[in-house]
Design a protein. Structure first.
Length: 310
């Protein structure tokens, strides 16, 4: 058994029979590079759960989730040298990157099966205060699905960049979104703020994201505690073996030695031997202590998330 945790494993997609309705839409993602396709899948999963916490209807949730799957479809036509560039994009490269919104929108509009979901591609980079793109719309003109997908998109993009494998320190990412939800004065060179009373993203959606992340963190705690129980059982098993091992090491006759050796072997699993079992026990004990501390950090993270305000 391995102590592994998939950061984006928590999804409600299975609760909606999306397979049949999305088979065609998801097939369109096959032309995307692996990183972008995985990003689209993660954004869709987060979007689905945000809709649930926002008490959206099942129909809107399904619609919004499909829009999220397709939101970066236009990146198929963005040159890999720009799409996969690790360093900061130049102004010219950024201008090309931004076209993925209108490209994706036009792709959807030209396909009757994708047309209903074109809003995800077009609006997911619009900002409530008018500093977004491609149209620089303000809150009253941005469809709600675009607002939801933007929050999911930003959260996933930052999380992927920081390569999270656990929810420890996720609070730093949430603080970035809190900052983006606040009104601000743009720096030189930035698009002017059309509505100074709001930030880039919707506060209510960010609050829903807090609940999603808190729920995911509790889920991670539960998964890791289950593994901790497994490690504890292994330590207990090897402690039983240790009693025979000590007698085996102190035995004076070959007959006694063989007797206690068999006693040790009764408690061993595949890959364990009389010679290495005490080292295995020590490694399990170290593992137990480390994972217990990790879980304590996750509980502290929950406390921090509950204190967040936006």
């Amino acid at each position: 058994m391995k102590d592994e945790f998939d950061f984006f494993d928590r999804t409600s997609l299975k609760s909606y029979n999306l397979d049949a309705s999305m088979r065609y839409q998801l097939a369109c993602l096959g032309s995307l590079d692996n990183f972008t396709r995985k990003h689209c899948e993660n954004v869709a999963a987060i979007t689905c759960r945000l809709c649930e916490y926002l008490n959206m209807s099942e129909g809107f949730t399904i619609y919004c989730t499909i829009c999220a799957y397709l939101h970066d479809l236009g990146k198929i036509f963005i040159p890999p040298s720009i799409l996969q560039k690790q360093s900061k994009l130049t102004d010219e490269e950024y201008a090309i990157m931004k076209t993925h919104t209108t490209i994706g929108y036009n792709m959807c509009m030209k396909d009757l099966k994708l047309r209903p979901y074109a809003a995800g591609a077009l609006y997911h980079h619009e900002a409530l205060n008018g500093t977004g793109y491609p149209q620089g719309l303000v809150k009253k003109d941005i469809p709600y699905e675009g607002m939801v997908i933007r929050v999911a998109d930003e959260f996933e993009a930052i999380s992927a960049k920081r390569q999270y494998k656990t929810h420890i320190d996720i609070i730093d990412t949430l603080k970035i979104l809190i900052e983006n939800a606040q009104p601000f004065k743009p720096q030189d060179g930035m698009r002017p703020v059309k509505d100074p009373t709001v930030g880039k993203i919707d506060k209510n959606i960010v609050r829903a994201l807090f609940k999603v992340v808190a729920d995911d963190t509790l889920y991670e705690i539960n998964a890791r505690e289950k593994y901790l129980d497994y490690v504890k059982d292994q330590i207990s098993r090897l402690k039983q073996a240790e009693g025979y091992y000590k007698k085996y090491m102190n035995a004076k006759t070959e007959e006694n030695k063989e007797y206690y050796r068999k006693g040790v072997e009764m408690y061993l699993k595949l890959g364990e031997t009389v010679e290495n079992c005490m080292q295995v026990k020590k490694e399990y004990e170290i593992s137990y202590d480390e994972r217990k501390k990790h879980i304590e950090k996750l509980y502290n993270e929950i406390k921090k998330i509950k204190k967040l305000k936006v």
